[in-house]
Ligand binder design. Structure first.
Ligand SMILES: Nc1nc2c(c(=O)[nH]1)N[C@H]1C(S)=C(S)[C@@H](COP(=O)(O)O)O[C@H]1N2
Ligand SMILES: [Mo]
Length: 369
C-alpha cells in the first residue's frame, strides 16, 4: 500500500500489468522501486531461485548452467542507469498510434548490481564465429499481432545484443535494484541492464543465453521494437537499440497556473543513449529564446540528469514552455515528430502550456467590519 503522501502510479493495463510512473511527481535522482514503471508483455512469472538456473549455450566452447548463488559469488558491478521504454511518449503521436498510451512516465533511473555479461560469456568461451547474444526470459504467451500476419504461436520474450554491446562494461546481468533483490515485476531473480539502450533490451527473468552466429530476427526484434533505416535508397528494418536524446519537463504540468512576478522552478530530467547530456535548454515563449537550464547532480554515464530553470514570468497570459537536450555526441532533441520509428522513440519536443495569473487576491481589508 502506498503511503498517503506517495504519488499514485498510473495503470495502463491490468493484465499483463503495465504501470506508469507519474512523472509530474519526480523529485529524486533515483526512482524508488515501488514507483518504478513496469512494462510486461506477458504475465510476470513467479520464479523460485531454488530451482531457477541460467543456461548458457549456442556458439560456445562449453555450455554452462549456473544457479543464483554462484552468480552472486562472482565479482559484482554496480552502476546507476536510466531505462526508457521505447514506447514512452507514444500518446504524443499525431495521428494516434496503436499500443499502450504511455505519457512521459515509462522511464526511470535506478541503481543496479550484478555481474558483467562478459564474464559469464568468458566462462562458457565464446566461439570466434559469434555475432550476437540472445537473452530469453521465462515469460511467454501468444501475441495478438493485429498486423495482418500469421500468428507465430506461443513465444517467449527474447532479444539479442550484438556481441560488442554484450561484452561492454555497460551490460550486466543484475540481481539487485536500488540495493534490494529484484522484485518479481522487475525481473527476479536476474535481468539484463543494458546501459544506454531502450528497455526492450533489458530482458527480465532471464533463463537462457544463446550465442548466435547469425543476426537474430525474432518477434521482439523484427515485428516489434524496430525502425526503418534507408540505405542505398531502400528502407531496411533495424531493431531498436540506443535511446535517443531527450529532456522532459516534470513541472509545471500542462495547464498549471503560475503567479506573475513569482520565480518558478521549471524542473525535469534528461538522458540519451551511449552519450552523456551536455546541455538542457528551455524556451518559455516570452520572446527570450532558448536559455540554458542548470544540470543538477554529477554526471554519470548511463544515468539520467535532473535539471532546472528558474523563470519569473513578468506578464499575465498563456505561455508555451519547451525544453530540449543536447548530448555529448552533438545530437539535439528534434522539434518535430519523426516518421521512421513506427510508434516508438518519441523524443521530439512536447510543449507544456501554462497560464500566468495575477497574484491571488487577499480580501482581508474588504471584510474588515
Ligand atoms: N522477459 C521480459 N523482459 C522484458 C519485458 C518483458 O515483457 N518480458 N519488457 C521489456 C520492456 S519493453 C521494457 S521497457 C523493460 C521494462 O523494465 P521494467 O518493467 O523493470 O521497468 O523490460 C523489458 N524486459
Ligand atoms: Mo519497452
Amino acid at each position: 500500500m502506498p503511503t498517503p503522501h506517495q504519488p499514485s502510479l498510473i495503470v495502463r493495463q491490468k493484465s499483463p500489468q503495465n504501470i506508469e510512473f507519474p512523472f509530474a511527481s519526480l523529485s529524486d535522482w533515483l526512482i524508488p522501486t515501488e514507483l518504478f514503471f513496469v512494462r510486461n508483455h506477458f504475465p510476470s512469472p513467479d520464479l523460485d531461485a531454488r530451482d531457477w538456473r541460467l543456461r548458457v549455450g549456442g556458439a560456445v566452447e562449453r555450455p554452462i548452467e549456473l544457479d543464483l548463488d554462484s552468480i552472486k559469488a562472482m565479482r559484482s558491478t554496480t552502476f546507476t542507469a536510466v531505462v526508457e521504454c521505447a514506447g514512452n511518449g507514444r500518446v504524443y503521436y499525431v495521428p494516434p498510434k496503436e499500443g499502450l498510451q504511455w505519457q512521459n512516465g515509462a522511464v526511470g533511473n535506478a541503481a543496479w548490481t550484478g555481474v558483467l555479461l562478459r564474464e559469464i560469456l568468458e566462462m562458457a568461451g565464446v566461439k570466434r564465429t559469434a555475432r550476437e547474444v540472445l537473452l530469453a526470459g521465462a515469460d511467454s504467451g501468444v501475441v495478438d499481432t493485429n498486423k495482418k500476419t500469421a500468428s507465430p504461436g506461443p513465444i517467449a520474450f527474447a532479444r539479442s545484443l550484438p556481441l560488442e554491446k554484450a561484452i561492454a562494461d555497460s551490460t550486466i546481468l543484475a540481481y539487485s535494484m536500488n540495493e534490494e533483490p529484484l522484485t518479481r515485476d522487475h525481473g527476479y531473480p536476474l535481468r539484463a541492464v543494458v546501459g544506454g539502450w531502450f528497455g526492450m533490451a533489458w530482458v527480465k527473468w532471464i533463463t537462457h543465453i544463446t550465442v548466435v552466429e547469425q543476426p537474430f530476427l525474432g518477434y521482439w526484434q523484427a515485428r516489434d521494437y524496430f525502425r526503418w533505416e534507408r540505405s542505398l535508397g531502400e528502407p531496411r528494418l533495424v531493431p531498436l537499440a540506443e535511446m535517443e536524446v531527450k529532456a522532459q519537463i516534470a513541472r509545471p504540468v500542462q495547464g498549471a497556473h503560475l503567479i506573475v512576478g513569482q520565480p518558478y522552478r521549471i524542473f525535469g530530467a534528461a538522458w540519451s543513449g551511449e552519450a552523456v547530456i551536455r546541455q538542457v535548454q528551455v524556451c518559455t515563449g516570452d520572446g527570450r529564446g532558448w536559455r540554458e537550464g542548470r544540470l543538477l547532480e554529477t554526471e554519470r554515464p548511463f544515468a539520467w540528469r535532473l535539471w532546472e530553470y528558474m523563470w519569473t514570468p513578468e506578464e499575465v497570459g498563456r505561455y508555451i514552455l519547451r525544453c530540449r537536450a543536447i548530448d555529448g555526441a552533438g545530437c539535439v532533441q528534434p522539434d518535430l515528430q519523426r516518421s521512421d520509428c513506427e510508434s516508438y522513440a518519441a523524443n521530439w519536443i512536447v510543449p507544456v502550456e501554462v497560464s500566468v495569473v495575477a497574484e491571488p487576491q487577499t480580501y482581508e481589508e474588504e471584510f474588515v467590519i
